[in-house]
Design a protein around this ligand. Sequence first.
Ligand code: F6P
Length: 528
Amino acid sequence: MWTSRNRPPEELASWHRLAALAEQRAGQPIEPEQGRFETYSARVGRMFIDYSKQRIDAAVMAALIDLAEECGLDDAIQAMFVGEHVNTTEDRPALHTALRAPDGEGPKAVAGLVEAERNRFLTFAEDVRSGRWRGHTGEAISTVVHIGIGGSHLGPELVCQALRPDSDPEIRFLANIDGDAATRALTGLDPATTLFIVASKSFATLETRTNAATARSWFVERTCDPHAVARHFVAVTANDEAAQAFGMPPANRFATWDWVGGRYSLWSAVGLPIAIALGRSGFDDLLAGAYLADRHFRTTPTARNLPVLLALLQVWNSNFLGAATHALLAYDRRLRLLPDYLQQLEMESNGKSTRHDGTRVAMHTAPVVWGGEETNGQHAFHQLLHQGTRAFTADLIATIRPGHDLEEHHRWLLANCFAQGQALLAADTTGGETQGGHVRGKHPVTTVLLDALTPRALGTLLALFEHRAFCTGVIWGINPFDQPGVELGKALAGPIQDQLGDSQPTESAIDFPTAALLAHTKKVASAR
Ligand code: F6P
């Protein structure tokens, strides 16, 4: 049985060596000498990663690899794949990798379930795409509205937008509780040709339940036929009873499981909108790309294991070089949701300060992750990246073969990506102060190049990010698969929502400043 190694990383010999190396190298530039690129780059499937612009050298890499060893990282990786309870606080396995294992190759305990459900939802997706699935009036589905939030939303929307933004049926996403989002998602829809997917692992999330109820009321008001709901609403959930109570018949209920974390779930039936947009073969390719990353992660020695290396670099940058934020700069407009997706993956997985054994960490954990679509950012926040005072790291992501035929545009896009990488590293190549001050340079950068933006390449990239998050969690000694910190806000919102309505104030945890804010809001609202 796997248990986290209890020794905090700061007590390990490799950690002390890294601290000394960081001190020795403080302020030194990274020399972009020949040979670095070959040493510090790698290819996995249809993806190439250049980490030669990180602030590393042979001694740093050796110490980082020793850190992985001393933390028992390889044991943890093997434990995750075979289904040991690596999600210690919830006492469960984390088996999202089983979702992309080909038939017959997943862990025995869940492979049968996964394969049967995969076949069910992919068949359903094909039925919707082909028009075999018909609405209550006999018409085919022309629009799918996916209702879900967080992990039940970000991955599916990212992949749909990246790979098939103009899909037929059209796919819309409704996540936020803001009524503006629901109003927009429903605008112009014909209930007879609309399919709603309610995706919620818990089937208890406020936003999703509220949006699903609003969608159902909208639908029933227009069709005047509550029985027609069965042709227009399906659920994806681990809480089958709640979906049944919502009125979904068994054929409309698709499973995910408690051993699949929400932010790791796009490979399950939570990815139903992806399957509808791409079709079965496209979804299979996405899984195949992720499976390739899984095999690499499980079988490649530490010194060449990319997710492990990327995690070690994150630890080096966060804990030894003082980088508090990580920017994901997408030099491909189709990937503009990648920063949002990665933000949840990293910050919900590793934005924690309690270790597996209940003790507090003595170091920083996940960086603040942010980013944007390039080259727009170059005319906005890159000023701070080049001349601001804060330490950060950046991933620059681009695609070599574009999805359009405007070659000159694409050459400029790639040229800007590479130029920014060089500028972030090299400071003023002119040899001194630029006009208007010093360009700092020395910022650690990783460049990720996809051959083309295909389901396979994207599957590999996302799985690789998942594994990076797992590895950093192991090194810091924290559980990347729970999210207890989000519960407090949820608990506090209930009584506040009651009081925004007509309810009389009850004894609750509302503090004085919040109560004053409530009173002001009610006064302004009632003055309309
Ligand atoms: O509130 C955070 C969270 O629990 C995420 O971890 C999760 O992805 C999201 O809410 C949605 O949860 P569910 O799929 O259960 O609706």
